[in-house]
Design a binder for this molecule. Structure first.
Ligand SMILES: Cc1cc2nc3c(=O)[nH]c(=O)nc-3n(C[C@H](O)[C@H](O)[C@H](O)COP(=O)(O)OP(=O)(O)OC[C@H]3O[C@@H](n4cnc5c(N)ncnc54)[C@H](O)[C@@H]3O)c2cc1C
Length: 501
């Protein structure tokens, strides 16, 4: 029998680590505070509609393939490639820009707006692709023993990329494109990292490469929650037990190791090893009481934007919406400068709409659609009172009504709103930040909370706020990295021995 591991959290990070470790003969149990698995990759069922709670698409689909291969199974999920990747509406233009991977089709969308678009995108993505491939195995998919080791690792990345550390993504885009529209659209990825394109380093143009050239964007047949369901099925087949409504509140230790984590009822959960899938920074502060992660110090860190999400079941079909569609305005710079630090939500905010019933009709009753609307908002440090939630939602829906020509007021059958308060309380997201710690150069690699604890020898971390970072495929990579750490420290049960048991 392998060592016993307790994982705290049944998010994608926890589940994929459970899958990898149980495949290697470890005995795994998971403690989860919510009543069902998935963390942010969760599901809401209401009034006959089914909604994915958070993620609606992903890049780097091959990371999931790698995970299933690692577990010795066929990928049980059916992935659909998004084409177009997404649509973008600006307020001063009736037609959306459809963003295609096919450069000829993309150039058509920018006809009369950005000349020689295909050649320009090609040039931009060639450089972005170089950064991606020069850092993928040297930096991103690698465990570093210390900050010094990380900094040494960086020296292996070709020097030609160095200037892109010092200029912003926006200035990089300015070097390649003339139109405001092209620059704004390609800079949207910066918001996923927790910053604006005006202060995100240009190296992150690699994300444009992942979306537009490398692997594109994908969703899952049957809805994104299928990922969670299939992962749970696979781990349970391997004997992993998941305890829901079990929140870790405290810990016990002896001889430099964690001896138990303690839940809200005072029950002690003992194991040889522990993996924390809760936020790696906040957990160190709140549960382990580390000074470096005390509330004032956590508040000084950079966090990604918080989600304000609306789940809408509507009667009828809405034209002019794609699998995922951004609704922007024409005050991008002003918006980007304000959005991280304001306590006021503008009457006409920027938002994103996803209609999963388009590709999964079973998610809505006949003749109806399910809408997921995500508006990135300041986290609870900047706006703690969300009593204006209905008003904010009404403003967004009024704007959407005008832009797609659909009467939401008359046709809404189901409406649920989650503010950063609910996102915080459901999954312990720090100050309601949606994607966890941001990805400035001072919070990535050796500067991000490590996946091996600084104090306790048997404690590890996986997920969005440890290495390498946030987003579904990156969290899957995180599970690979922590598994490598654990097996390097504690070994693998030989297959032969496993079969004899
Ligand atoms: C609205 C929204 C939209 C998003 N859209 C996308 C997208 O389209 N594509 C994409 O790639 N990414 C997207 N993301 C990001 C993605 O969801 C995350 O990066 C990823 O799901 C994080 O997984 P995780 O396992 O690290 O954390 P989580 O999913 O947060 O899992 C951690 C788990 O730990 C549990 N937990 C926390 N504290 C405790 C405790 N003390 N005791 C017990 N259990 C505990 C939580 O309840 C949770 O289940 C989105 C995120 C949000 C919020």
């Amino acid at each position: 029998m392998g060592k016993k591991v307790i994982i705290i959290g049944a998010g994608l990070g926890g589940l994929s680590t459970a899958l990898r470790l149980s495949t290697r003969g470890y005995q795994v149990e998971i403690l989860e505070k919510y009543h069902q698995p998935g963390g942010r990759l969760n599901q809401l069922q209401k009034d006959g509609f089914t909604f994915d709670l958070g993620p609606s698409f992903f890049s780097m689909s091959y990371e999931f393939e790698e995970l299933f291969k690692d577990a010795g199974v066929q990928n049980p999920l059916e992935f659909n490639e998004l084409d177009p990747l997404y649509g973008v509406y600006f307020s001063n233009r009736k037609q959306p820009f459809l963003i295609y991977k096919n450069l000829e089709k993309l150039a058509q969308e920018f006809k009369g707006i950005e000349e020689k678009m295909a050649a320009k995108v090609e040039g931009y993505l060639d450089q972005a692709g170089d950064i991606f491939h020069d850092t993928e195995f040297r930096v991103v998919k690698k465990n570093f023993a210390s900050r010094v080791a990380y900094l040494l690792g960086l020296t292996k990345v070709p020097l030609k990329h160095a200037p892109k550390l010092f200029r912003s993504m926006w200035s990089e885009l300015e070097k390649h494109f003339e139109s405001e529209e092209a620059k704004v659209i390609f800079s949207l990825v910066a918001f996923f990292l927790g910053s604006t394109p005006f202060n995100t380093p240009a190296v992150y143009s690699l994300l444009n490469y992942t979306e537009l050239k490398h692997d594109g964007y994908w969703n899952v047949k049957g809805g994104m929650y299928k990922i969670t369901e299939e992962m749970v099925r696979l781990v349970e087949e391997r004997g992993v037990k998941i305890h829901y409504r079990t929140e870790v509140k405290d810990f016990a230790y002896a001889k430099g190791e964690i001896s138990a984590f303690i839940d809200q009822n005072g029950k002690q959960w003992k194991a040889d090893l522990f993996v924390v899938n809760a936020d790696a920074a906040a957990f160190r502060g709140k549960i382990l009481q580390r000074e470096k992660y005390s509330a004032p110090r956590l508040d000084k860190m950079d966090w990604t934007l918080a989600p304000f999400t609306i789940y809408l079941g509507v009667k009828g079909k809405i034209d002019n919406l794609y699998h995922h569609t951004y609704f922007l305005r024409d005050n991008f710079r002003e918006y980007a400068d304000e959005i991280f630090k304001t306590s006021m939500i503008p009457d006409k905010p920027y938002y994103y709409v996803n209609v999963s019933s388009r590709s999964n009709p079973e998610c809505a009753p006949e003749g109806c659609e399910n809408l997921f609307i995500l508006c990135p908002v300041p986290d609870l440090r900047f706006k703690s009172d969300w009593d204006d939630r209905e008003e904010i939602a009404d403003n967004i829906l009024k704007d959407l009504s005008e832009r797609v020509g659909f009467d939401f007021a008359q046709n809404t059958l189901s409406r649920t709103i989650l503010t950063p308060l609910e996102w915080r309380d459901k999954f312990n997201l720090y100050q309601g930040s949606g994607l966890g710690l941001a990805h400035g150069m001072n919070q990535v690699g050796g500067f991000r909370p490590a996946n091996k604890d600084e104090v306790f020898g048997n404690l590890y971390y996986v997920g969005a706020s440890t290495v390498p970072g946030t987003g579904l495929p990156i969290v899957v990579i995180s599970s690979k990295l922590v598994t490598e750490r654990i097996t390097a420290d504690h070994g693998i049960v030989p297959k032969r021995q496993l079969q004899l048991q």
